[in-house]
Design a protein around this ligand. Structure first.
Ligand SMILES: Nc1ncnc2c1ncn2[C@@H]1O[C@H](COP(=O)(O)OP(=O)(O)OP(=O)(O)O)[C@@H](O)[C@H]1O
Ligand SMILES: [Mg+2]
Length: 470
């Protein structure tokens, strides 16, 4: 028999809840505040059902104190936002007051079911310490990306719904897959659906299935994609495009753990973890009545925001070089490097199509490059109008023009270029003269000398006669 601790200060609700749970064969202990609850041996309970607003400390304080024991938060309907906050803090679920009996029992059963898996709130805390090790298949070690990795590791093992936000080509699908593979659901399927790609009239049937004869053309019963994802993960890309009727059915899946095919009177139990992605502002759509607010709250439990490529500093060059290496291997070409001009173009171009655009541009340049050593900026099929050109003493204002919004990122972008400069000099100074180095780097000798001073890599005294050829 599962043992449940009730924490609720309103006597009427507390008594009703106790009776309900006892009737459903649960063992119950009731308390009226967090302080009272902590006098109990908390780890002997299987579940805590707590009001959010209590005299003294709020119910969410129990989440930390409860360790492995899941906490189900009750809250008045008006404070849906705080309910979502409590989920972020690790509550297993929330239920709005007033609730009907069936709803409460369903929520309790779900919460107890979830607790059996390593997907409890405790798992979030434990995994959280794993920090920011890279995600398989994702390149990048900038601080902003390490933060993203940390969040993925933290949220993946839980069953929390995740909303992945980011511009096109920033890796949203990659992240959804990583969340699945790092979760206890990894041996079950991940089903990915692009809501924008399926016609509005078909999407409900695709997702939720249909009965034979439910509509013209429904020749037989058909299982939907939600049911196919049972036990696994459902990735809904471009969720902002989901029609309102389909949103209502999806809400039911999330809230009740049930799917009802079109034309059917019966529901089937499903256990899916939802990862959703969008490049739209769902909050705004919800305010405009174009997205269900209750669904928005359910989805917006954990947000993962992928930064655009132009904000990833050094990662841009790292990604570019990795892609070049990969395409050279694929095309069985000798390894190609980038000329300084190409590097400057790559690190200052704003990459509106993000990593996908960079990947394609590198592939094209490996194909187009007609020599066996270097990719030049002319090989890059990008809009050079958007590239920022550095003014070195040698290249007096070559149609220099700043990118539209490069101001905030200049530091990062310069850093990439300087890193490259430094690396190049350190690697080659032993076997190249200053003139050769400067030529390779595409700068004047004066500029090379200045940069050496600035970067703290002063020129070494030549030791051999031949190195003084400059
Ligand atoms: N950090 C990364 N490291 C390596 N490759 C990446 C990274 N991020 C994205 N990619 C690659 O870039 C391409 C686009 O990624 P993905 O499809 O996940 O983006 P998306 O955000 O879902 O794009 P869209 O909004 O257009 O659907 C893929 O080929 C993916 O493998
Ligand atoms: Mg995508």
């Amino acid at each position: 028999m599962s043992k449940i601790l009730i924490v609720e200060d309103e006597i009427i609700i507390r008594t009703a809840l106790r009776k309900l749970l006892i009737r459903n064969k649960y063992d119950v202990v009731e308390t009226g505040s967090v302080a009272e609850a902590t006098k109990q041996k908390i780890d002997t309970f299987d579940l805590i059902v707590s009001d959010l607003r209590l005299p003294g400390a709020p119910g969410t304080d129990l989440i930390k104190l409860a360790g492995d024991v899941p906490v189900l938060i009750m809250t008045s309907y008006a404070s849906l936002r705080s309910a979502v906050d409590s989920m972020r803090m690790g509550a297993v679920d929330y239920i709005a007051k007033p609730f009907d009996h069936d709803e409460m029992i369903a929520a309790v059963k779900r919460a107890l079911g979830k607790a059996a898996k390593p997907a409890s709130a405790a798992a979030i805390k434990k995994k959280g310490e794993e920090k920011d090790t890279p995600i398989e298949g994702m390149i990048g070690s900038s601080a902003i990306m390490r933060e993203v990795y940390g969040k993925i590791h933290k949220v993946a093992p839980t069953s929390a719904t995740v909303l992945v936000l980011g511009e096109t080509g920033t890796g949203k699908e990659l992240v959804a897959n990583a969340i699945h593979t790092e979760s206890p659901r990894k041996d079950k399927p991940i089903i990915s659906v692009n809501c924008a790609a399926i016609p509005e009239t078909l999407i409900e049937a695709e997702l939720f299935g249909h009965e034979k004869g439910a509509f013209t053309g429904a020749a037989s019963n058909r299982e939907g994609l939600v049911a196919a994802a049972d036990g696994g993960t459902l990735f809904l890309d471009e969720i902002g495009e989901l029609p309102l009727e389909a949103q209502a059915r999806l809400l039911r899946v999330l809230q009740e753990g049930e799917v009802r095919p079109i034309g059917s009177t019966e529901s089937r139990k499903v256990d899916v973890r939802l990862v959703a992605a969008t490049h739209r502002d769902l909050g705004k759509l919800a305010r405009e009545g174009r997205f269900r607010e209750d669904l928005y709250f359910r989805i917006n439990v954990v947000q993962l925001r992928l930064p655009p490529l132009r904000e990833r500093g050094k990662d841009i060059l790292l990604l570019a070089e990795t892609f070049i290496k990969r395409f050279c291997t694929e095309m069985m070409r000798p390894a190609l490097s980038l000329t300084p001009e190409a590097i400057q173009a790559i690190t200052t171009y704003p990459w509106p199509g993000n990593i996908r655009e960079l990947e394609n541009a590198m592939q094209r340049s490996v194909i187009l490059c007609d020599n066996d050593t270097e990719i030049d900026h002319t090989h890059l099929a990008i809009d050079h109008e958007l590239v920022r050109v550095d003014e070195t003493p040698d290249t007096p204002s070559k149609s220099s023009r700043p990118t539209q919004d490069s101001s905030g990122d200049d530091a990062n972008e310069d850093l990439s270029l300087e890193d490259y400069f430094q690396r190049f000099v350190l690697e080659h100074q032993d076997h190249m003269s200053e003139t050769e180095l400067a030529k390779k780097l595409g700068v004047s000798r004066k500029c090379l000398w200045e940069r050496r001073q600035r970067l703290g890599i002063p020129r070494r005294k030549p030791t051999q006669g031949k190195k003084t050829s400059a």
